[in-house]
Design a protein around this ligand. Structure first.
Ligand code: PMP
Length: 403
């Protein structure tokens, strides 16, 4: 059975996967069609924080699926309120709006910010502005790629909505300069994940929060990737002592099993939505709500956030000990780590070699290799990965005559 050929023939060519066919997963390990095992250092772009096929997620999913799957928001359910209550209490927000994917949560945030600007802040109709950062990643819809500074994400998809301003990431003074009376919100990732695991200077977010408050601008943190413990706390924003006005969550919220996303906000922002303003057929369905509530409870019960913190520090210190002329930088926080490879060697080549040793990861922006395993990863896995990274780098150096 040639799975790769089938995907290539019948699928759109919008991805370039490594030539490995994954058929099963359990915890940190996945298996290919030939039974070869791999340690998953990608966890589906941080969506599998609980590990693959977590037994409690499976149980919650099955139990709910046997009762009621989808009913739509035309009716109340016994699941949605419980999930939203848990999320609001954990993340300290008044209200939450459930969607399915990260991009939809970001779209929701953008709509909320614009409507807040008109209805609450008093911005003149159709004049609201959103400020975002260069090198951002917030998703792939037309409105969102309109915010992107990455030429490939935009090429061929214009025209884009108006009302966006881009400023350099990590520079709070640029934010203050860019704000006008029409600014609705500043949308920012606490750490830029897809942009290459870019960690801003300490205190950056706090300074941005103060500037936003001073100018009556909403601070919206896109924590689709950094949230839910990935960087060592429930929200990465909290590490800078910041409670944003709104937050987007996704990925790991679905327990590695289901697409679930949320936009959380304070009341003043969320209450701009009235029935019919916004929605999604699948958003907040009982199956998603049951899975996501269990996903949050597991993060608490298994202390996965503390684990991300502790093992993240361990992983980072170990990666820093790898000696290679190919490694330019090692950075990140919690279990969202990146190793920057010298431009002379495509990072994809390193990823392919690592896969031969049973380690799965992927390059981002061609030069950065991400190490973002499920939060259930163990020290022994980390030791193995670092040992093999050292071996692969030495091998490549020798091939390139760098040694
Ligand atoms: N925001 C951030 C910060 C992300 O990292 C991503 C996905 N990589 C998204 C939004 C989009 O999420 P999705 O792919 O689920 O639409």
């Amino acid at each position: 059975m040639n799975f790769i050929a089938r995907e290539e023939q019948y699928g759109a060519r919008n991805y370039a996967p490594l030539p490995i066919v994954i058929v099963r997963g359990k915890g940190v390990t996945v298996w290919d069609e030939n039974g070869k095992s791999y340690l998953d250092m990608m966890s589906a772009y941080s969506a599998v924080s609980h590990g693959h096929c977590h037994p409690r997620i499976l149980k919650a999913m099955q139990k709910q699926a046997e009762n009621l799957g989808i009913i739509s928001r035309a009716f109340y359910t016994d699941q949605l309120g419980l999930f939203l209550e848990k999320a609001c209490q954990l993340f300290r927000f008044d209200r939450a709006l459930p969607m399915n994917t990260g991009a939809e949560a970001v779209e929701t945030a953008l709509k909320a910010a614009r409507k807040w600007a008109y209805k609450v802040k008093g911005v003149e109709n159709d004049k609201a502005e959103i400020i975002a950062c260069t090198n951002n990643f917030h998703g792939r819809t037309i409105a969102i790629v309109g915010l992107s500074s990455e030429p490939q994400y935009r090429d061929g998809f214009g025209p884009f909505p108006a009302g966006y301003t881009l400023i350099p990431y990590g520079d709070h003074r640029a934010l203050e300069k860019a704000i006008t009376p029409n600014t609705a919100a500043f949308l920012v990732e606490p750490i830029q994940g897809e942009g290459g695991i870019i960690v801003p200077p300490l205190g950056y977010l706090k300074a941005c929060a103060e500037i936003c408050r001073k100018h009556n601008v909403l601070l919206i943190c896109d924590e689709v990737q950094t949230g839910l413990g990935r960087t060592g706390s429930w929200l990465a924003s909290w590490q800078d002592d910041v409670q944003p006005d709104g937050v987007t969550l996704g990925k790991a919220l679905g327990g590695g099993m289901f697409p679930v996303s949320l936009f959380l906000a304070k009341k003043e922002v969320m209450d701009v939505f009235t029935p019919g303003d916004h929605g999604s057929t699948f958003g907040g369905n009982p199956l998603a709500a049951a899975i996501a509530r269990e996903a949050l409870t597991i993060l608490e019960d298994e202390q996965l956030i503390e684990r991300a913190n502790r093992l993240g520090d361990y992983f980072l210190s170990k990666l820093k000990q790898v000696h290679s002329a190919l490694i330019r930088d090692v950075r990140g926080r919690g279990l969202l780590l990146g190793v920057e490879i010298a431009p002379s060697c495509p990072a994809k080549k390193v990823c392919l070699k690592l896969s031969e040793h049973g380690i799965l990861t992927k390059d981002t922006h061609e030069t950065v290799i991400r190490f973002a395993p499920p939060l259930v990863v163990e020290e022994a896995h980390i030791d193995y990965v670092v040992e093999k990274l050292q071996a692969v780098c030495s091998e490549l150096e020798a091939e390139m005559n760098l040694a």
